[in-house]
Design a protein around this ligand. Structure first.
Ligand SMILES: NC(=O)c1ccc[n+]([C@@H]2O[C@H](COP(=O)([O-])OP(=O)(O)OC[C@H]3O[C@@H](n4cnc5c(N)ncnc54)[C@H](OP(=O)(O)O)[C@@H]3O)[C@@H](O)[C@H]2O)c1
Length: 315
């Protein structure tokens, strides 16, 4: 299978931008579909990258833009539902439509971004909808070479996880932390992008689903302690029990900017931890949180963050 032109849905986002950079560097011709070209202007100057406006919920538009491509990467995802968009629509129906269109347009390669711990009986609607999307995509695996990725939480410059906590830590003297013992295996966005791009024409990855996690498992409390340390702050963390965590999520989902929802709380009922190391055929050696996060989270120079590390190490 010779892949030249790759169509990327959700390519303007946090993970998508990293993937598009690597696709461009690897010499692929890339077509990014975005609702607003403006949102993807950071990609326009990359060699062989074209950004086109497309409503991916419109079959005719989607089909027109996918036509002629050799592969499709679907990264569209939402963390919270709104009046306009639902998990069912974005995580199940959209992947199902993309896979069906691939088959109809004879596009033989489809890479799909899901999430860790999906399942039809998962505790959150987010995880259940992602499971439904995976099944819909895999239903086409006889005709299309499909690869599915299931990352734990993804970190990197511009992430919405550690950056959100950094904002909370900067603003609040005490951090009231929901689900402090929930476990995560954060994976670096560049490692996720490498896994996707390395799989593109690797037949060993066809028809497979891959968990993606970093080298270490952390509780949420440990991650926040690390953020506090990197920022050089002194903050008390008050861990909330399950009942209070639920009510905190309930209150927060009423805010105009949803910092957390009850569905996010339900997702944290299962540990976001991989069953084993990253599969060798993906060609990725995962990078540690400690090696990357200080560089983008500290609000002063990286040198200052290193100094704090040395202080902690007593050197
Ligand atoms: N970040 C993480 O920690 C994490 C962890 C596990 C799984 N994932 C999965 O990885 C994928 C990428 O995540 P991300 O962090 O890069 O998310 P992101 O930065 O929010 O980007 C999501 C992309 O989806 C598109 N999108 C969002 N809402 C849309 C809508 N209503 N209609 C059409 N397109 C829409 C956006 O494209 P335009 O705005 O350009 O149209 C955007 O580029 C998602 O499937 C997510 O579920 C992420």
């Amino acid at each position: 299978m010779r892949i030249n032109q790759v169509c990327v849905l959700g390519g303007s986002g946090f993970v998508g931008s990293a993937i598009v950079h690597k696709l461009s560097a690897a010499g692929y011709v890339v077509k990014v579909l975005s609702r607003r070209r403006e949102r993807a202007k950071h990609l326009i100057l990359l060699p062989n990258v074209q950004v086109v406006e497309c409503d991916v919920l419109n079959d005719a538009e989607l089909s027109m833009h996918m036509q002629g491509c050799d592969a499709v990467i679907n990264l569209v995802g939402i963390l919270n539902e709104s009046r306009k968009t639902t998990f069912e629509q974005m995580h199940h129906q959209l992947p199902a439509r993309v896979a069906a269109l691939c088959e109809r347009l004879e596009i033989r390669r489809l890479l799909h971004m899901s999430a860790l711990q999906t399942g039809t009986d998962a505790p959150s609607a987010y995880l259940r909808s992602k499971a439904a999307g995976e099944a819909a995509v895999m239903a086409h695996a006889k005709k299309i070479s499909v690869t599915i990725f299931q990352p734990s939480v993804i970190f990197g410059r511009g992430d919405s996880f550690l950056n959100l906590f950094a904002t909370v830590v900067k603003l609040m003297p005490v951090v009231a932390l929901a689900k402090p013992e929930a476990r995560f295996q954060p994976v670096w966005v560049e490692d996720v992008a490498d896994a996707v791009v390395n799989s593109m024409d690797n037949v060993d990855t066809f028809g497979k689903t891959y968990e993606l996690g970093g080298p270490r498992v952390y509780t949420l409390r440990e991650l926040i302690e690390f953020v506090i340390f990197v920022l050089g702050k002194k903050r008390k963390i008050v861990g909330l029990n399950d009942k209070l965590s639920y009510w905190q999520a309930y209150a927060m989902e009423k805010l105009p900017v949803k910092l957390m929802t009850r569905d996010n709380f339900y997702s944290m009922q299962v540990d976001s931890v991989c069953r084993g190391p990253i599969a060798a055929e993906l060609g990725v050696t995962p990078t540690a949180v400690e090696a990357v996060v200080p560089e983008y989270l500290a609000n002063d120079t990286p040198r200052a963050a290193y100094d704090r590390f040395r202080g902690l190490a007593g050197r």
